[in-house]
Design a protein around this ligand. Structure first.
Ligand SMILES: Nc1nc2c(c(=O)[nH]1)N[C@H]1C(S)=C(S)[C@@H](COP(=O)(O)O)O[C@H]1N2
Ligand SMILES: [Mo]
Length: 401
């Protein structure tokens, strides 16, 4: 048996010019790339914004106004990320023949090194982009099949993705310009040599137009199927919006009381709410809470996973409650819950939210007593906060500063 020689194997590996370029080519790649760049840009900025809203950095005091801000920024984040999925797939398809380009000859060391660096950077860009879209999509669907912290990893890899994207755009700028300047009707391909002129020209531009239209449609459809979890009139069509299902009281449920191990504590006849500030503390029963002056506000719940919904909340302003232990309205307050399992059982409310009279310890939702899954007997609701910090089943409030 004769072993195949290196040259035989090499001869069997396709070359870029062996691929049909009638729908690919620079005009396609640059146009899809531009759309993808815009989607990634929006996704990155809104993602960082979400991160800041969550971590509340001292240098960027984010306040309760406008109440709908997080709802919009996070809605945009999920929408731009979803739109990017078909765009990434088409972009990769349009350039993958370049994978088969042969490296420059060994003699030219400089060219070899440059080629290696360029491939490495594109590898990092592709890997990090796919990681962002895949982890984000799994997160929206409420599935966390990993051990690492989603938020920290999604943020760290976002920096890698955006960094390598900026580098990529910088390196390719002349090509991108050419591609965008070139008419979509141009059949100017890398493999002009083996095309036979005119007939391919027309085939080239019709199929490129069709490809771009299909890509746009796929992206639009993906958005439509997801956006309904935030945009009410799209709710009917949003089959991807897993959390758009009607929860009790016309509001989706993120985690049920049973899932959080909060049922026993929340439904106990001995339930009390303890409010503490330094040495001072008061303990209120549910009847005590109900007897306090109540106010009603319409505020959205906006989950980081993309759904949001406006609702009417009735309860006691948090600032009134901490006044009972002599605390200033401008205080940071720690909320704890009867939850016994899993994350997000507590949260810290920065002072600018505490002092806002719309920030409530809510007892009622859309005119009814809170259902157990929405946080009975009482939950935190504040304007312009990520949903994950709107703690349910609250039984302790502690003024920390
Ligand atoms: N104690 C507790 N509160 C919680 C959670 C939780 O897991 N435990 N989930 C949060 C998340 S992620 C969201 S989006 C909102 C959703 O509120 P809802 O389930 O009443 O719609 O509750 C928040 N409050
Ligand atoms: Mo959430």
């Amino acid at each position: 048996m004769r072993l195949p020689k290196v040259e035989d194997i090499e001869a069997r590996i396709p070359r870029p010019e062996h691929f049909d370029e009638s729908r690919r080519g620079l005009p396609t790649t640059s146009r899809v790339g531009r759309a993808l760049g815009i989607a990634f840009g929006i996704c990155f900025l809104t993602g960082m914004w979400s991160h800041f809203q969550y971590t509340d950095p001292a240098w960027l005091p984010i306040g309760p106004d406008p109440a709908w801000l997080y709802r919009w920024s996070q809605g945009l984040h999920i929408i731009s990320g979803t739109a990017a999925v078909p765009l990434v797939l088409v972009k990769l398809w349009s350039v993958y023949p370049h994978l088969f380009a042969r490296p420059p000859g060994k003699e030219d060391k400089r060219a070899l090194v440059l080629e290696a660096l360029s491939r490495l950077s594109i590898g990092v860009l592709v890997a990090s982009s796919l990681f962002m879209l895949a982890s984000g999509t799994l997160n929206i669907s409420g599935w966390y099949p990993w051990d690492f912290s989603f938020r920290r990893t999604h943020e760290a890899v976002a920096w890698i993705a955006i960094g390598s994207l900026v580098l990529h755009i910088g390196v390719k700028l002349p090509l991108i310009r050419d591609g965008l300047d070139a008419s979509i009707d141009d059949s100017d391909n890398h493999n002009d040599g083996d095309d036979d002129g005119d007939t391919d020209d027309s085939a080239g531009h019709t199929s490129r137009r069709a490809l771009l239209a299909a890509t746009g449609a796929a992206s639009g459809l993906a958005v439509l199927l997801t956006a309904g979890q935030t945009v009410p009139f799209l709710r009917q069509v949003s089959v991807f919006g897993v959390r758009d299902g009607e929860g009790p009281q016309d509001l989706p449920i993120n985690r049920t009381a049973r899932g959080a191990g909060a049922v026993a504590g929340a439904t106990s006849p001995d339930f009390t709410l303890t409010i503490m500030s330094g040495e001072q503390s008061v303990t209120l029963t549910l009847d005590d809470l109900r007897a306090l002056p109540q106010t009603t506000h319409t505020l959205p719940i906006a989950c980081v996973e993309g759904w949001s919904r406006s609702a009417e909340w009735t309860g006691v302003p948090v600032r009134d409650l901490i006044a009972m232990v002599g605390a200033d309205p401008k205080s940071t307050v720690q909320f704890r819950s009867t939850q016994t399992r899993g994350a997000f059982g507590s949260s810290e409310l920065p002072s600018q939210f505490t002092e806002d009279s719309r920030t409530l310890l809510a007892l009622r939702l859309n005119g009814e007593v809170l259902s157990i899954d929405h946080g009975f007997p009482c939950r935190l609701i504040a304007p312009n906060r990520p949903g994950v910090l709107q703690t349910k089943w609250v039984n302790k409030m502690e003024v920390v500063t």
